[in-house]
Write a protein of this length. Sequence first.
Length: 255
Amino acid sequence: MACTNCLSLGLWYLIGLILFEPAMKNETILVVEDEPAIREMIVTTLEMAGFDCLQAAEVSQAHHLVVDHRPNLILLDWMLPNGLSGIDLCRRLKKDEMLSETPIIMLTAKGEEDNKVQGLDAGADDYITKPFSTRELVSRIKAVLRRSSALSGEKPIDVGGLSLDPASQRVSAHGKAVDIGPTEYRLLAFFMSHPERAYTRTQLLDQVWGGNVYVEDRTIDVHIRRLRKVLEPFGFADYIQTVRGTGYRFSNKID
């Protein structure tokens, strides 16, 4: 993607000179961006914030780096060269059991709601539209890493025969594997780790998608319906309960 506004890049870099709170545990971020000037600006900003960085300019190179280095998070541009997009890489990673747990933030100039929903449906954890401030970028990365850590504990959860293993990110029902998408998995993981409590759509948005992601209420409702559809053949759809006037809760106590 060509860089058309060097002045904006200069402003981004100056903003990046702000003293960021250091990252914890020296997490590694893979920056996948084909425009060298933008990529270097992002890497400089993240290194100043205390992150270690890997760099890739296209999908094949990025995939090799993910396999070899297992970064803590991928910052992934939508438009990439050689006929493969960031969405293609996101879908490929989310289908790989060994790599699907890696958080992904889509970074792109595509700001339309349909594009954002497409990115999130592909398994992205967050979505940032260019141009953005470097402080916002670092804040979003830290927020996604916190959520990822909270949802990736090692202890399996079992509620009435519905089991979720955060370590392998597998779901089973009475011992049978449940085929579940990445967004529905995160939603179920949050519900199962916070049972018997009603959450508003806004709270679910903050906890599962991140408060800075623009997702309408109807989009959350769509994922709730998808989750119920996945659980229905196993008799667990009723565990995802609608609370009138509030939102949703997870409970094995059927009214």
